[in-house]
Ligand binder design. Structure first.
Ligand code: AMP
Ligand code: ZN
Length: 474
């Protein structure tokens, strides 16, 4: 029996889909305005684990993911620029070109981390008419109003607005930015359709040169403009999954208070039905104790990790060690340790032959761990217990391959991989190795030995072999 934490009830609940064995699941996908980094990837590995756990339990998962290629503004309070238009300027390309380029980079990172592709991928710009139709339903039901900036959702008409965040309106006010779109009636109201030009009217560009046309805009019953980010998700989730009530919706914790609360308000106002039964939210990845951000320059991509000599699955292994609802702190030394552990795991599995039967005892313990709100750290410890146990090799091999259906660590390719994963040595150790080489070339052997001891103190052994220097973690 799978148990999951549901943000909506703030409780761990038994998971029951509406139409067994089908599970309908929607994931807010990337906004393709800049490179996806290892913080984003932590979240998508989390979703991948959830899907694999569902499949391990016999469910058939239909996952819809969207690509936000229009409408996601720099600020959550409906002011500021569209991230896509800003990104296009930064890259010196059109919005359509960066959307293509950055979606490719996103999926390259996903593939490198063994994240299964969604069943259906939907681009916001392909569903503009559906989003307009959705807004029209909200308009007919009296949930919208028009101001110079666009068509807005009136949250005072949806009394359950804060049910997902559990916040009261004063907390919301305290957390909100000061900037507010002129004419917006309530702090929590949000844009459904934004106008390219005030009031939705075509503007005389020869007279007002301060307004330039957007790259992405469409005609609508209200005027030329573009959809808000929130309406995209409600529309595509319902259309792509062909249901008004989804089993699961996932996202990052930063989406709870605004984006997902808005998705609920729109969907439930339009359909009169509960939008989502289980809300799953992933916590953030920090770097060296700080939030990953461009200003501190601590944003790393999967490509960076590979360039530094790491196997991307060592990063996947590292993610699995922290529960998805806990904040995770990334350091290079934690990735080095994960690469060592992953290498050891691959080498152990490479030794095993002839998978047969499997161990019910360990497989049961493993299932218990993953079904306990995705306790992957526990699942990994069960895997190591099995490796260290005195079970025959054929039993170990069979159970490990089964476990890897959930872990996604390429254990079935262990034999080919066992030679290719190298220990990544910290830069301080690398510097000392070079210093030692230099000293040896000069014939300063006593000093070279002194440096070798320093390296040892940092936890690495150095061996001089006919093929060159070999480094071992002590
Ligand atoms: P962004 O493309 O920067 O707007 O981020 C898109 C989403 O990715 C955010 O809303 C978060 O849910 C998630 N995300 C961004 N940064 C991180 C991070 N450091 N750790 C985990 N998730 C993140
Ligand atoms: Zn979304």
């Amino acid at each position: 029996m799978l148990k999951l934490y549901n943000t909506l009830s703030r409780k761990i609940e038994e998971f029951k889909p509406q139409n067994q064995p089908l599970v309908t699941m929607y994931a807010c996908g990337p906004t393709v305005y800049d490179y996806s980094h290892i913080g984003h990837m932590r979240r998508y590995v989390g979703d991948d684990i959830l899907i694999r756990v569902l499949e391990f339990n016999g469910y058939k998962v239909r996952q819809v993911m969207n690509v936000t290629d229009v409408g996601h503004l720099v600020s959550d309070s409906d002011v500021g620029e569209d991230k896509m238009e800003k990104g296009a300027r930064k890259f010196g390309m059109s919005t359509w070109e960066i959307a293509k380029k950055l979606e490719k980079q996103f999926f390259n990172s996903m593939d490198a981390l063994n994240i299964q592709r969604p069943t259906v991928l939907m681009h916001a710009t392909d569903y503009i008419q559906e989003q307009i139709a959705f807004i029209q339903v909200l308009e007919q039901k009296g949930f919208t109003y028009k101001i110079a900036d666009g068509i807005y959702f009136d949250t005072s008409k949806f009394p359950d607005y804060t049910k997902l965040s559990g916040q009261n309106i004063n907390e919301l006010k305290a957390g909100a930015r000061v900037e507010m779109v002129e004419g917006k009636r309530h702090l929590t109201d949000f844009a459904l359709w934004k106008f390219s030009y005030p009031d939705g009217r075509p503007f005389d560009l020869t007279k007002d040169t301060t307004l330039s046309r957007r790259q992405m805009e469409w005609p609508s019953p209200w005027g030329l403009g573009f959809p808000g980010w929130h309406i995209e998700c409600s529309t595509m989730a319902i259309k792509g999954l062909d249901t008004e009530t989804l089993d699961i919706h996932t996202g990052g914790i930063d989406h709870i208070a605004i984006h997902h609360s808005n998705e609920i308000a729109q969907a439930e106002a339009a359909t009169g039905k509960q939008f989502v039964n289980y809300w799953v939210h992933h916590n953030f990845l920090h770097v060296d104790g700080n939030k990953m951000s461009k200003s501190t320059g601590n944003i790393w991509t999967v490509e960076d990790i590979i360039k530094k000599g790491f196997d991307p699955l060592a990063l996947r292994y590292l993610y699995l060690q922290t529960h998805y609802r806990q904040e995770m702190n990334f350091t290079w030394s934690s990735l080095e340790a994960a690469q060592i552990a992953y290498k050891r795991l691959i080498e152990e599995v490479a030794k095993l032959k002839n998978p047969k039967l499997g161990s019910p005892e360990y497989e049961e313990k493993f299932l218990e761990a993953i079904n306990d709100d995705l306790n992957m750290a526990k699942a990994l410890s069960v895997l190591w217990e099995l490796i260290k146990s005195d079970c025959p090799d054929s039993i170990k091999a069979e159970s490990l391959l089964k476990m890897d259906q959930v872990l996604g660590l390429d254990l079935d390719k262990a034999r080919e991989k066992s030679k290719s994963i190298k220990i990544v040595v910290p830069s301080e150790v690398q510097r000392l190795i070079e210093e030692r080489n230099h000293l040896r070339k000069q014939g300063s052997y006593t000093q070279a030995d002194h440096v070798r001891n320093k390296i040892k103190k940092l936890g690495y052994n150095i061996k001089d072999t006919p093929k060159g220097i070999e480094v071992e973690k002590i």
